[in-house]
Design a protein around this ligand. Structure first.
Ligand code: ADP
Ligand code: MG
Length: 325
């Protein structure tokens, strides 16, 4: 009697244990399956992330290509213009050389003539030729043609240099750089271009060194200085350097024409210009923006029509130098 009770109890216990074991097995299978699903989702997520990253790279690339595309139309125009007058000047110079050739021939005939009669006759012919061909004017014109042509070549050179600076993002190594020295050198470069329109006030307070590409930063400064001088007939540009601790600021405040709000909104857009063809390419500020970004800095602008404009460049201080000090 007692035994059978025990046996039944045991059987019940066994059944319960089997059920529990079954449950455990089911649960662990379930767990295994969900682990697998999780693993799969994780792999898929990884793939998706790779995809997003590669699309992001493509986007950056295509944006660069797009701006290069927009740029090439303007650049073609900017280069064609000087090329057209370089071409016509070269033709005029060829014509002048022909005239001088004739002159040279007449002079040679004159000096090699034996009889003084024919020498006199040749001299009269020569004088007539000089007057008819207007050689005096031609001489003068040749000088103008040559200086105009080299100006045109310089313009093409500048455009190509600007384009190279825009297309190139990270060439060479950054250097420890003295901003005030760079500003002083740039002002020397710009002097010829700006001296008739603008007085420059150098409000230079001592600032720590930054690390950067000297040529590129000088290009930024040159752009800002030339833009200021082009915005006025007669005025003043104050260039101020300030130590802000972790950063330095370089501000360019002019009392030129100033800008409307719409112009301010577009100044950093490639090819935005309010200047006549030949004077502005609209590349200066967009390239400057790129260069400052490359230096982990910022460029900003405030402006008021009829009052003037202030561009401010903020650059991080060379942190290694700062730590060493
Ligand atoms: N200091 C300034 N004062 C007034 N307008 C300015 C100044 N700097 C830039 N701008 C405006 O921004 C435009 C774009 O400048 P930029 O990119 O240097 O091209 P560009 O000088 O060839 O026109 C100029 O055409 C002008 O309208
Ligand atoms: Mg400019």
């Amino acid at each position: 009697m007692e035994l059978s009770v025990l046996e039944r109890k045991l059987a019940r216990e066994k059944a319960r244990r089997q059920k529990a074991e079954q449950l455990l097995e089911d649960k662990s299978r379930e767990l295994y399956l969900s682990y697998q699903t999780l693993q799969e989702s994780h792999d898929k997520l990884g793939e998706a992330m790779q995809e997003v990253k590669s699309q992001q790279r493509q986007l950056v690339q295509s944006e660069k290509m797009a701006s290069l595309g927009t740029m090439s139309a303007g650049v073609a125009h900017e280069i064609n213009n000087p090329l057209a007058f370089i071409f016509s000047n070269v033709n005029s110079l060829a014509h002048a050389i022909e005239q001088f050739g004739k002159y040279h021939q007449l002079v040679t005939e004159m000096v090699s003539a034996d009889a003084s009669d024919s020498r006199d006759q040749n001299a009269a012919e020569l004088l007539k030729y000089i007057a008819d061909a207007d050689l005096d004017y031609l001489f003068e014109d040749c000088g103008d043609l040559i200086s105009e042509t080299s100006d045109g070549i310089q313009r093409v050179k500048n455009i190509v240099a600007g384009l190279q600076a825009f297309a190139r993002s990270d060439t060479g190594q950054m250097e420890d750089l003295d901003v005030i020295e760079s500003l002083t050198n740039t002002l020397k470069l710009a002097n010829n271009q700006i001296k008739f329109t603008m007085k420059v006030v150098e409000d230079f307070q001592p600032i720590p060194q930054v690390s950067g590409f000297p040529g590129k930063l000088s290009q930024v400064f040159l752009n800002l200085i030339v833009n200021a001088s082009q915005a006025m007939e007669e005025g003043e540009l104050i260039i101020a350097t300030r130590d802000l601790g972790d950063t330095v600021s370089i501000s360019f405040t002019d009392n030129g024409s100033g800008m409307t709000e719409e112009t301010v909104d577009s100044v950093f857009t490639p090819f935005f210009t309010t200047k006549p063809v030949g004077k502005g390419t609209g590349l200066g500020l967009s390239i400057s923006h790129g260069i400052v970004a490359e230096h982990n800095g910022e460029i900003s602008v405030t402006s008021e029509v009829g009052v003037g404009t202030c561009f401010t460049v903020v650059l991080p201080v060379n942190s290694q130098l700062q730590q060493a000090a």
